[in-house]
Design a protein around this ligand. Structure first.
Ligand code: CA
Length: 237
């Protein structure tokens, strides 16, 4: 058995599928993998949920009523979300797949598919390090090169500690979403089930990071959501 503080939460998966039977059987199967699964049936609901909650993977049906899966992709990628997306599609025509790739899907599965194949693709996407997603993360004139681990605000480099880089990357990868202290504790500090909370440590860390990132009277990007956590976003957003 692992030590309690090395146990990580199960991956969070969002299933977007309008056909109730398919949606429920997908969710049921994925829960058998002990993954945490949420389901929605429309593009609007998917977009709304992705704004609220950070997911590790999205399984997105192409054909949805009204707005389709591509609309969801365009919208979430347009807002800077880098969550891996596996598209499900009954279409086999090449132009469609090209369109999906251009819109930011990470992988495809053609319907009908074997469930084991879906799970294998999900595992591959969940394992994929951040190299699979964008190297340069941006919010307004803030930019983080995740490989070189260099942050810039406009033309000016920001001197950050390794932990501050980790926190900033995490906020930027969940841009526009509320990041709770529990998420930071689990995913950045990699600690869970501690006897004492890390809340104060996290608050101090964010305060320092904010001073460096937003300090020079620039647009304030790191926002505090009282009683909940933090969010990085453009001030106007
Ligand atoms: Ca459908």
């Amino acid at each position: 058995m692992n030590e309690p503080n090395t146990v990580l939460s199960p991956p969070r998966i969002l299933v977007v599928e309008d056909e109730p039977k398919t949606r429920e059987s997908l969710a049921e199967g994925l829960r058998m993998e002990e993954w945490e699964v949420r389901t929605v049936g429309t593009a609007e609901a998917a977009i709304a949920m992705l704004e609220q909650i950070a997911f590790d993977l999205v399984i997105l049906d192409w054909m949805l009523p009204q707005k389709d899966g591509i609309d969801v992709l365009r919208q979430v990628r347009g807002r800077g979300l880098t969550v891996p997306v596996l598209m499900l599609t009954a279409r086999t025509a090449l132009p469609d797949r090209v369109e999906g790739l251009d819109s930011g899907a990470d992988d495809y599965l053609l319907k009908p598919f074997a469930f084991a194949e879906l799970v294998a693709r999900c595992r591959a996407l969940l394992r994929r390090p951040s190299a699979g997603v964008e190297r340069l993360l941006r919010c307004s004139d803030l930019q983080l090169d995740t490989r070189a681990r260099v942050a810039m605000r406009g033309e000016k480099e920001i001197a950050l500690t390794p932990r501050e880089v980790d926190v900033l990357e995490y906020l930027l990868r969940h841009q526009g979403q509320i990041v709770t202290r529990a998420m930071l504790e689990r995913d950045v500090w990699k600690q869970q089930h501690r006897m004492t909370s890390l809340d104060n440590v996290i608050d101090v860390q964010i305060m320092r990071l904010r001073r460096k990132v937003d300090g020079d009277g620039a647009e304030r990007l790191i926002q505090t959501i009282r009683g909940v956590g933090y969010r990085i976003a453009r001030e106007s957003a």
